[in-house]
Design a protein around this ligand. Structure first.
Ligand code: NDP
Length: 277
């Protein structure tokens, strides 16, 4: 049976450290902008604010109606960019179709961009330089390090190439000298690719897509997926079968999800520290 990579436990420790850092800094501010009423986005924003309150981060929860114009949203971002009490700023995705997402992300102050989605931060990550990197990829690496999973020279396969998970986690694994393959919807013979992986990261958004046959015996399996199946949460990995094959595995819930929330808090502290030097 696989060892469980306990994201919940590590996230609790990170949050305790963040709480101490926030107290020492004497106040840290985070602002989130949510446009529209997507139910999943509302849940994520709620979790982020709950975590912020718990660690003592002052959090501003900006909610705008779905019909908000691009111009109005840009004005809101600009106001928060200019607000010196705000250290971290994020725009919850997806945005409504009439808004140019890339334009909005480009309008963020890169120094406050705690999701690491501004091209300045994404570019620095690509170049292997220290910068703000999104909470999910950073959380995944923190979890691998916590369990002392060797990354150097390891064959890592990332399934999914989104800007928020797949690409940045691939970049971080590469920085740590893993040999990284990124798979996506056009990949031929994905099962064989996945089966070759010593570290398999599933960030697809399809419930139980990764079956036991796609996992190399003893592999490290990181399940990023959050899918709702008959009212329950399910990952992108068929956990029940996979845990009998894998060496290590993250559960859903209790794996990558809590790490994301905790690292968002530590990213906000990081932004605050960088802004104050
Ligand atoms: P996206 O929808 O942006 O990306 C999904 C990726 O999976 C794409 O690159 C897509 O390929 C690929 N894909 C889709 N279908 C297949 C397939 N049949 N075979 C191979 N690849 C496929 O999703 P996100 O990266 O934003 O999120 C992925 C999952 O992770 C979701 O369940 C999301 O809810 C969850 N998530 C969880 C977080 C957490 O904190 N735990 C944080 C963020 C996301 P292509 O590019 O070719 O279309």
């Amino acid at each position: 049976m696989a060892t469980i990579l306990d994201g919940k436990a590590l996230a609790e420790r990170i949050r305790a450290d963040v709480k101490a850092d926030v107290a020492q800094l004497g106040g840290v501010g985070l602002a989130t902008i949510l446009v529209g009423d997507d139910p999943a986005s509302q849940i994520y924003i709620g979790l982020k604010h709950k975590a912020a309150t718990e660690v003592g981060i002052e959090a501003i929860d900006v909610r705008l109606p779905a019909e908000t114009s691009e111009e109005e949203l840009l004005e809101q971002v600009e106001a928060l960019n200019a607000d010196d009490s705000i250290d971290g700023l994020l725009v919850q995705l997806p945005l409504p179709a009439h808004v140019d997402e890339a334009l909005v992300l480009r309008s963020l102050d890169p120094a406050k961009d705690v999701d690491g989605l501004h091209p300045w931060n994404a570019g620095h990550l690509f170049l292997g330089r220290p910068t703000l990197v999104g909470a999910t990829p950073v959380g995944i690496l923190a979890l691998l390090d916590e369990y002392r999973i060797p990354l150097e020279g390891a064959r890592a396969v990332v399934v999914g190439r989104s800007d928020i998970v797949g690409k940045p986690v691939a970049a971080l694994l590469l920085q740590r000298n893993a040999t990284v393959t990124v798979c996506h919807s056009r990949t031929r013979d994905l099962a064989a690719m996945a089966r070759d992986a010593e570290i398999l990261v599933a960030a697809i958004g399809k419930a139980r897509f990764v079956t036991a046959e796609m996992i190399r015996p003893g592999a490290v399996v990181i399940d990023v997926g959050i899918n709702r199946v008959e009212g329950k949460l399910a990952g992108d990995v068929d956990f029940a079968a996979a845990q009998r094959i894998a060496g290590w595995i993250t559960p859903v819930p209790g794996g990558v999800g809590p790490m994301t929330i905790a690292v968002l808090m530590s990213n906000t502290v990081r932004a605050a520290v960088r802004r104050r030097v």
